[in-house]
Design a protein around this ligand. Structure first.
Ligand code: COA
Length: 154
């Protein structure tokens, strides 16, 4: 697995994070990072994360504790910049984000995917996510548990 690290977005990195972008055809799948950083500003419990491959900033994730569901965190946003897609960095970044959520004590992760976003579905299913049967704002909700044993496998 390609090593990708995740770290909190800081005053030093937020402008570079805002500059990360997806392909034009993917813009319905994830909010622009500037919007996600604004959402994080409005929700102090949220954790905006920069994804790095070595020194290179390659993507972004936003974790937010799920309201009223103790132990569950939502992966509200997840993206790999278009220049770095298709190199398995999506897999590696997701592993890093799940490891971080597990280390923070969360036991379950939820997220939602726009129907038709086949690449994201493939990525999340491979990472052990399954459909919960719920729809949120027209998006399909997926979830998976986080157990200490997973860490050894990821
Ligand atoms: C979804 C996303 C994060 C995946 O990142 P990535 O680095 O390109 O993905 P990876 O290279 O790790 O590949 C993940 C899987 O998708 C497949 N894949 C990647 N790009 C693909 C493409 N253009 N067409 C078809 N399959 C593709 C890979 O083969 C891999 O499948 P596998 O596990 O069966 O081998 C990235 O495409 C992205 O940022 N998309 C736009 C935003 C988005 O949709 N975010 C998710 C919101 S829920």
């Amino acid at each position: 697995m390609v090593p990708v690290h995740c770290e909190p977005v800081t005053a030093d990195t937020y402008e570079a994070v805002m500059a990360l972008d997806v392909l034009p055809g993917q813009r319905d799948y994830v909010a622009p990072n500037v919007r996600s950083l604004a959402d994080a500003w409005a929700c102090p419990a949220a954790e905006p994360l920069a994804l790095r491959e070595g020194a290179e900033l390659v993507g972004f994730a936003l974790l937010k504790p799920a309201a009223d569901v103790p132990g569950t965190v939502s992966l509200c946003r997840y993206m790999i910049d278009h220049r770095f897609q298709g190199r398995r960095l999506g897999h590696a970044g997701l592993t890093a984000v799940l490891d971080r959520a597990r280390a923070a004590g969360y036991t379950r992760v939820r997220l939602s995917v726009v129907p038709g976003n086949h690449v994201a579905f493939r990525l999340y299913r491979t990472a052990g996510f399954g459909e919960t049967g719920e729809l949120e704002d027209g998006e399909i909700v997926l979830a998976r548990d986080l157990t200490p044993d997973d860490a050894a496998m990821s």
